[in-house]
Design a protein. Structure first.
Length: 123
């Protein structure tokens, strides 16, 4: 088995990269043994957000390329909040992680998505 780190997957996802040919060769030779984890998906969310790529597409494309050894439904749900609702990747991950519990935060982005204990009103 071979662990696929984020930079390798970024090269595969990008339209053009100076390492594309090498990455594609490795992918073709090892496609059945490549795997990654949720940490890589989170890193890819951050990179996609910074580069203004479609975050949800980046995460789902990665899942299609390699086996992901973790429960990643929360990462996919967070990526959806980034694309559909304008959340930052980390705020989206916090929102999904909170589940049905209230969030203690000064971030108004959560309003309408979760009950929020508004720190700014307690000051």
């Amino acid at each position: 088995m071979t662990y696929a780190e984020a930079d390798f997957l970024i090269v595969l996802i990008k339209d053009d990269d100076w390492l594309q040919e090498a990455a594609e060769t490795v992918y073709e030779e090892r496609r059945d043994e490549l795997w990654t984890d949720r940490a890589t998906l989170i890193e890819l969310m951050l990179v996609a957000y910074r580069e203004e790529w479609n975050v949800l597409r980046t995460v789902t494309a990665t899942r299609a390329l390699v086996d992901v050894r973790d429960d990643v439904e929360d990462v996919i749900a967070a990526a959806s909040y980034v694309e559909d609702d304008g959340f930052t990747p980390l705020d989206a991950l916090h929102l999904v992680a909170s589940g049905d519990d209230p969030i203690v935060s000064s971030e108004s982005d959560y309003d309408g998505y979760s009950e929020r204990i508004k720190l700014e009103e307690l000051n």
